[in-house]
Design a protein around this ligand. Structure first.
Ligand code: PMP
Length: 361
């Protein structure tokens, strides 16, 4: 085939020169770079997923339930139980990872001539999905210690009037949560949609923003995923909790049958094991605190974290490679002098800490 370069293609002008999302996927012994749960699914869960998939495979000649009602009912039961805030399947919408949910939100509420705002540094896909949907991105800084300056944030949101405001809580890559009282101030400050991205909520000591939905259903969306605490990153299942009208809005942009029969069945089976899977959360939080303490003891400055990862520094250049040379994959999130490490198993954390000790020496 003739060698065709990206420059040769009639690509949209606004996409030229952009870089795709690209956390390196390297085959190294200790992989602590994409905030997954380090514990593989237990045998009972694997058996249940396998049986569920075998059962629905008999129906693979038919399209799946386009509205994924049974799965949404299961997710609603999980959210009602874990947050104490009762929701039904009409409040839930699911897709292939919360990235697809975020994309559908911007397709419906962003787009050409509209804007989305985020408090940076934060999740790198928020601006990338904004670019993909041609939504203007309004980057808004956090404090030097990466915390959110609420008064300033509310004033900026009020002044800029973005159509969509993203608040990531706990924030990736810095780890801090935004308390519900502060979220309320932000939601009140904007007439636009506020998306609270709660990908790491299960690790957080702060309650979920879902309690604000009674009051702010016309502009609040809470986004979640099974990729982190649920140990289901490979299964690709994200979801949101919102007013039923938000779900109606997203149905205008979703692709028909976007969630395969296999995904729906596997996710439902995994949800049946929620209690066992989520038992690892407390252990990971304890490990996180151990990692933070050990890093501080070595002379690093870890940022306090409410999630399953820790941002830490200071580093000169070349530190990411120094970890890799020691078989440890961490994440360079583009913040000068800092790296982010995902909390792993105790053995993985020990290996990471041993490498950290050598690197700071
Ligand atoms: N939101 C945040 C804050 C994340 O960190 C991630 C994953 N890194 C996602 C959303 C997307 O996760 P997924 O598509 O796997 O649900």
């Amino acid at each position: 085939m003739k060698d065709v370069k990206l420059e040769d293609l009639p690509l949209r002008e606004d996409l030229r020169g952009r870089t795709p999302y690209g956390a390196p996927q390297l085959d190294v012994p200790i992989r602590l770079n994409t905030n997954e749960n380090p514990y593989p699914p237990p045998p009972e869960l694997v058996a249940d997923v396998t049986a569920a998939v075998a059962e629905v495979a008999k129906q693979l000649h038919r399209y799946p339930d386009r509205d994924a009602v049974a799965l949404r009912e299961d997710l609603a039961a999980y959210i009602s139980k874990s947050t104490g805030f009762p929701v039904t399947y009409e409040n839930l919408w699911a897709a292939n990872g919360s990235n697809e949910i975020l994309q559908q939100i911007l397709q419906a509420f962003g787009g050409p001539g509209r804007s989305a705002l985020g408090f940076e540094p934060s999740y790198s896909m928020h601006p990338i999905i904004s670019a993909g949907t041609r939504t203007d991105w309004v980057p808004t800084p956090r404090r030097a210690d990466f915390s959110l300056d609420l008064a300033e944030a509310a004033a900026i949101v009020q002044a800029k009037q973005p159509d969509v405001t993203f608040v990531t809580s706990p924030n990736n890559p810095t780890g801090q949560s935004v308390p519900v009282g502060e979220l309320r101030v932000l939601v009140e400050a904007t007439p636009g949609i506020v998306v609270v991205d709660e990908a790491y909520a299960e690790f957080s000591s702060q309650p979920s923003a879902v309690s604000l939905l009674d009051e702010f259903g016309h502009k609040l969306i809470v986004c979640r995923t099974m990729s982190k605490a649920f140990a289901f990153a490979g299964g690709r299942l994200g979801y949101l909790i919102a007013a039923p009208a938000v779900v109606d809005a997203l149905q205008l942009v979703r692709l028909p049958y976007h969630l395969s029969l296999l995904t729906q069945a596997a996710a439902r089976a995994a949800l049946r094991h929620a209690d066992a899977t989520l038992a690892s959360v407390a252990q990971l939080a304890t490990e996180r605190d151990r990692v933070v303490e050990a890093l501080a003891g070595m002379g690093y400055s870890p940022v306090p974290s409410d999630a399953n990862f820790v941002l830490f520094g200071p580093f000169g250049s070349g530190a990411w490679q120094s970890y890799l040379d020691r078989g440890v994959l961490v994440r360079d999130v583009g913040i000068a002098g800092h790296l982010r490490v995902t909390v792993g198993t105790p053995d993985e954390n020990d290996a990471f800490l041993a490498a950290s000790k050598e690197i700071i020496a």
